[in-house]
Design a binder for this molecule. Structure first.
Ligand SMILES: Nc1ncnc2c1ncn2[C@@H]1O[C@H](COP(=O)(O)OP(=O)(O)OP(=O)(O)O)[C@@H](O)[C@H]1O
Ligand SMILES: [Mg+2]
Length: 383
């Protein structure tokens, strides 16, 4: 069956490009119970990588159950706990199903009664939904229930020798809630005691995630293995794009076309997919002009989408952003740079911090300031 070659949503399977090393490392960490903080800039492939790694492990027949809990639309402590407990109940149901498939013991009523008994504090109810076991907790969504749910699920996974992985995505939302520290402490306690449960934390607001995980005063400080996700290499993209070109046009992509795609998108995974998904609609293999045309269209769409962000920037932030876009990416306090921006050195430092907190500007592994390629194109266009 034909599949979408360059999805602009979470990617797994044939459309997933490489990341072999990261997948192998992440699988190892999950397997051995090391709690992970997956850190990357917005739309760099955190969720896709996690889900692809889980698929790898499942196709390897590993005894693993995984749930992704997404906190983006939560509002306050109760709703965060509700979301996490929903994932705990799904993980518990998955463990029960796993044991059920393994053999006779897991098929007996006594087994199910025993599991229900261990979760009695959370008033569990079991039902069958389209032939699949479904479990829910009728409980107050308080911190105590959260602790108990995580503890009991970990015990169950340990008893049946199953690795349970709980991915908490958009984890920075915890810190935004009034009782954030209380929740982070409860999670830390479980994380310290966990035997078969591995926690994975990630979030799209990089600066807030950094505060949560690396501020010495926060409960989760020093409690996770940090995995920093960089961009996919040009070599891996060349292989991937050539495979996709052969499937579409029976021919590899000309080198100059590939180089232009890489140069314009700077290997930003989301924008590269956005550009290629348009190019791959061509009936014939695209040329360089096609790439430029699609790129301009993509930048136009992003300018519209990010209008609010641009309007929210102060004039100093705009000046500094334009300077970075034009290539001033290091030694930002030097006379050369401050003269070009027309701001004093201390104002530049302060403004850079603000831009980083707003996730508009980041730093690469050499410490150079970076902005995403579309924002860069827009900043230059309108400066
Ligand atoms: N390995 C990959 N192969 C192909 N495309 C990818 C890959 N990783 C990411 N992408 C592209 O990047 C986009 C963003 O990926 P994803 O949603 O996984 O990132 P994220 O870091 O979780 O984003 P957010 O910061 O919004 O949570 C995907 O929609 C896809 O277009
Ligand atoms: Mg994500």
């Amino acid at each position: 069956m034909k599949y979408e070659r360059f999805p602009r949503r979470i990617v797994t399977g044939n459309a997933f490009c490489n990341r072999d090393k990261e997948r192998a490392m992440l699988a190892k960490l999950l397997r051995q119970g090391s709690h992970v903080w997956l850190q990357a800039h917005r739309r760099h492939g955190k969720t896709s990588l996690l889900l692809q790694t889980v698929e790898d492990m499942k196709s390897n027949n590993e005894d693993i159950v995984v749930e992704r809990c997404h906190l983006l639309f939560t509002s306050g402590m109760e709703s965060i706990i509700k979301q996490i407990l929903q994932s705990v109940s799904k993980l518990t149901a998955a463990i029960i199903e796993f044991e059920h498939c393994r053999g006779e013991q897991g098929k007996s009523q006594a087994f199910l009664d025993k599991v229900m008994e261990s979760f009695s504090r959370l008033n569990p109810t079991v039902s069958m939904d389209k032939g699949k076991l479904s479990l829910s907790f009728e409980t107050h969504n308080d911190v105590d229930a959260l602790r108990k749910g995580l503890e009991k699920m970990d015990e169950l996974a340990t008893q049946y020798d199953i690795r349970a992985v709980l991915i908490i995505d958009e984890f920075q939302e915890l810190g935004k809630s009034a009782d954030g520290l209380l929740l982070e402490s409860a999670i830390r306690d479980r994380l310290e005691l966990a035997k078969s449960l591995t926690f994975v934390f990630c979030g799209s607001e990089r600066a807030l995630m950094s505060q949560t995980m690396s501020d010495t005063k926060r409960p989760l400080y020093n409690h996770t293995h940090q995995v920093e996700l960089n961009r996919i290499s040009a070599d891996s993209y060349q292989k991937h794009l050539n495979q996709m070109a052969i499937l579409e046009w029976n021919s590899e992509l000309p080198d100059d076309v590939f180089n232009t795609i890489i140069e314009l998108t700077e290997r930003h995974p989301y924008y590269l997919n956005a550009v290629c998904s348009e190019l791959w609609l061509n009936s014939e293999i695209p040329n360089n002009d096609d790439v430029y045309e699609v790129w301009d269209k993509t930048v136009g769409i992003v300018a519209h989408e990010e209008q609010r962000l641009f309007l929210s920037l102060t004039s100093n932030e705009k000046k500094t952003l334009v300077a970075i876009a034009k290539g001033f990416r290091t030694n930002m306090n030097s006379a050369k740079v401050t003269t070009a921006i027309a701001l004093g050195a201390s104002t530049v430092s302060k403004t850079l911090k603000q831009l980083q907190n707003k996730d508009v500007v980041g730093r690469d592994n050499k410490g150079f300031y970076v902005v995403n390629p579309c924002i860069k194109a827009i900043a230059i266009q309108y400066s």
